[in-house]
Write a protein that binds this ligand. Structure first.
Ligand code: IMP
Length: 200
């Protein structure tokens, strides 16, 4: 079976990527499976730049075709922030997802509601020889001030998905993995994977 490396060290993301790609006849491996420790600096000025950088670095280090994503939460009342800085958004070093959610709510305090926004993801697929292609997905919703639900990761407990009365953390796993920004980007990337692997 052909092998695809999921180029991420984020456990929440890896679980989602494995779920969304499970219908492809590919062996999915993670950096941990390969004993590959690679920390790529996410210093690009767009999601695409960061995703491409990660996918290429992991593809070159492993010799395998790699899929990487870069994603973030954009809140209109914060002019699109935290955006590219979503993973590092905090006032303290060593912050947890919960600390980042609290910091977001602190920065939104007093701003007119609804706090509309969206998750955005760009997925890059790279080969060890240096070729790379990208696909994108978004998921609109709004931020609420009380946490609800225990699923997902990151900002999920305070992100109410448009068209539902549920936060991302309240949705069943299969539903999040059908509707999320990452699901949409990866669905688009499946076409790229099928072409790259010669219909597999
Ligand atoms: P990165 O793509 O590794 O730079 O991380 C993006 C950050 O955005 C994550 O660490 C989360 O804080 C946030 N994020 C991205 N996707 C999701 C999601 O599906 N749910 C909740 N938070 C997310």
């Amino acid at each position: 079976m052909k092998t695809l490396l999921l180029a991420s060290n984020n456990k929440g993301k890896l679980r989602e990527l494995q779920f969304i790609l499970a219908d492809l006849p590919l062996e999915l491996v993670t950096p941990a499976d390969l004993g590959l420790t690679l920390d790529v600096d996410e210093d690009g000025s767009t999601y695409a730049e960061n995703a491409v950088k990660k996918a290429l670095a992991f593809a070159k280090a492993s010799g395998l075709t790699c899929l990487a994503d870069d994603s973030g939460l954009e809140v209109d009342a914060l002019n699109g922030g935290p955006g590219l800085y979503s993973a590092r958004y905090s006032s303290k070093p060593g912050a947890t997802d919960k600390n980042r959610r609290d910091f977001l709510l602190l920065n939104l305090r007093g701003k007119p509601r609804p706090w509309t926004g969206r998750f955005r993801a760009t997925v890059a697929v790279a080969g060890p020889e240096g070729s790379v292609q990208i696909a994108e997905g978004t998921c609109p919703g709004q931020i609420i001030s009380e946490e609800r639900g225990t699923g997902g990761f990151g900002y999920d407990p305070i992100f109410l998905l448009d068209g539902t009365d549920q936060t991302m953390a309240e949705l069943p796993e299969e539903t999040k993995n059908r509707l999320s920004h990452r699901a949409r980007a990866v669905q688009a990337a499946k076409k790229i994977l099928l072409e790259r692997f010669g219909k597999i």
